[in-house]
Design a protein around this ligand. Structure first.
Ligand SMILES: NC(=O)c1ccc[n+]([C@@H]2O[C@H](COP(=O)([O-])OP(=O)(O)OC[C@H]3O[C@@H](n4cnc5c(N)ncnc54)[C@H](O)[C@@H]3O)[C@@H](O)[C@H]2O)c1
Ligand SMILES: [Zn+2]
Ligand SMILES: [Zn+2]
Length: 404
């Protein structure tokens, strides 16, 4: 089958770039050979999304140790990439059906047995949670699976979905009702869930918020935060394409980032941005700020834009140290900082599916029309993949999909 991979035999991590299109063996379910296949599902992938994480892997700027370490531990030489995808269930292990999570959304048919959700079956459409949690560690056992000690991540430390078929544990498979969620958006439940999780950390009703970084997840956050009642939404973003999308998604103010002064330390906050946010908030700063870019200067901008007693949500990822400017000010102003990783299981998936399924909020419509530009130049068929074409599309669009 066709798949996009990182292949250790083609060169070292640092000397290579991009994803390789290869013909790789198709995964099969064979419980006689591997009894753990009883708990697994085979998915035929239809759409897969590209996000900041994939850009990091493409440029060899992130996830080096996790990818190389896990490939070596498996005794393998390649990793099939991709963690955001959607497809059709084509085979089920003997115990898999009962292990898939229950999509408790309105309108999903339940079985006749009270309280038992219709079990997963061949022909169902589904999307996986990208964090394969262990269900056994301290956090998993107390309902905090999003911070599982032993997790593997699809497309990083477990083979992913940039492939025609993928074998996955049933407990991460979220059945998706295609009469309510269009397939292209089915593949975006995972990153949209990130925005849902970030927006659920503190109440947003009646709040003034600022979003630093309007990549796909920052853009989704505009829609979720508005739906949860945020009254004023300010965005900080350097890319004019993303700024324009944010405007069309209904953001209240955009602060474009100007090129940094050459002599400014890389971690230093941008006073002009903070001053502008103060002007927009009667000198107070915002109630809740979201760092959605993963840069040290953005982290400090976010902190300095938050009002006394406000909340800061840290979501963007970067390896290495960050400098927190003026630590004293952070304490004295009594700011609460939260780190958000992944999606809460199962709550975030349930909320994501409800928000997508509710057509009144126009979330799906806005994502399809604005962020995905109705599929014009944003969806690449896997058979047409070349590195050049892919890079060209990634440069033009914050979000692109692969059709498989
Ligand atoms: N915590 C988690 O669970 C989790 C999950 C997925 C992604 N992430 C991270 O979240 C971040 C956002 O991911 P994404 O998929 O939306 O894509 P992304 O990384 O493409 O988006 C980042 C956006 O920030 C903008 N930006 C760059 N420098 C900036 C600055 N100094 N200030 C403000 N904006 C700036 C970019 O132009 C871009 O639009 C990334 O760091 C990603 O690694 C975290
Ligand atoms: Zn992603
Ligand atoms: Zn665990």
């Amino acid at each position: 089958m066709r798949a996009l991979v990182f292949d250790t035999t083609l060169g070292s991590w640092d000397d290579t770039r991009g994803f390789e299109l290869q013909d790789v063996p198709e995964p099969v379910l064979d419980e006689k050979k591997d009894p753990t296949d009883a708990d697994k599902v085979l998915l035929r992938v239809h759409y897969a999304g590209i996000c900041g994480t994939d850009r990091g892997i493409w440029n060899r700027a992130a996830f080096r140790d996790q990818i190389l370490g896990s490939i070596t531990a498996e005794g393998n030489t390649r990793r099939i990439l991709g963690h955001e995808f959607f497809g059709e269930v084509v085979a089920l292990g003997s115990k898999a059906s009962a292990l898939a999570p229950s999509p408790l959304i309105r309108g999903v048919p339940r079985s006749s047995e009270e309280g038992v959700v219709a079990p997963l079956k061949i022909g169902d459409f589904a999307a996986p949670e990208s964090h394969v949690v262990c269900n056994k560690c301290f956090q998993c056992l107390r309902g905090e699976k999003h911070v599982c000690t032993n997790e593997k991540i699809l497309g990083i430390s477990h083979d992913g979905g940039f492939a025609e078929f993928v074998k996955l544990p049933a407990h991460i498979i979220w059945k998706t009702d295609t009469s309510k969620i269009r397939p292209e958006l089915g593949a975006m439940q995972e990153p949209f869930g990130n925005a849902v999780h970030a927006a659920s950390k503190v109440p947003l009703q009646g709040k003034t918020i600022a979003i630093f970084g309007l990549g796909p997840i920052g853009l989704f956050l505009i829609l979720v935060a508005r739906g949860l009642g945020a009254t004023t939404i300010i965005g900080v973003e350097p890319n004019p394409i993303s700024q324009e999308m944010a405007r069309r998604l209904g953001i209240d103010y955009i602060i474009p980032l100007s090129p940094r002064q050459k002599d400014t330390a890389a971690h230093h906050r941008d006073e002009a941005v903070i001053k502008k946010i103060e002007e927009l908030t009667e000198g107070l700063g915002v109630d809740v700020s979201f760092e959605m870019a993963g840069f040290n200067s953005s982290f400090n901008n976010c902190l300095f834009a938050t009002r006394r007693g406000g909340d800061m949500i840290a979501f963007g990822i970067k390896m290495g140290d960050f400098v927190l400017e003026n630590y004293n000010r952070f304490i004295i102003r009594g700011i609460t900082m939260h780190a958000v990783i992944g999606r809460r299981l199962p709550e975030t998936w349930e909320m994501t599916q409800r928000l997508f399924s509710d057509t009144k909020n126009k979330i799906q419509e806005n994502i399809w029309n604005i962020i995905l530009a109705q599929g014009k130049d944003t969806i690449l068929s896997l058979k047409d993949y070349t590195k050049e074409r892919f890079e060209e599309m990634m440069a033009k669009h914050p979000k692109i999909l692969i059709e498989i």
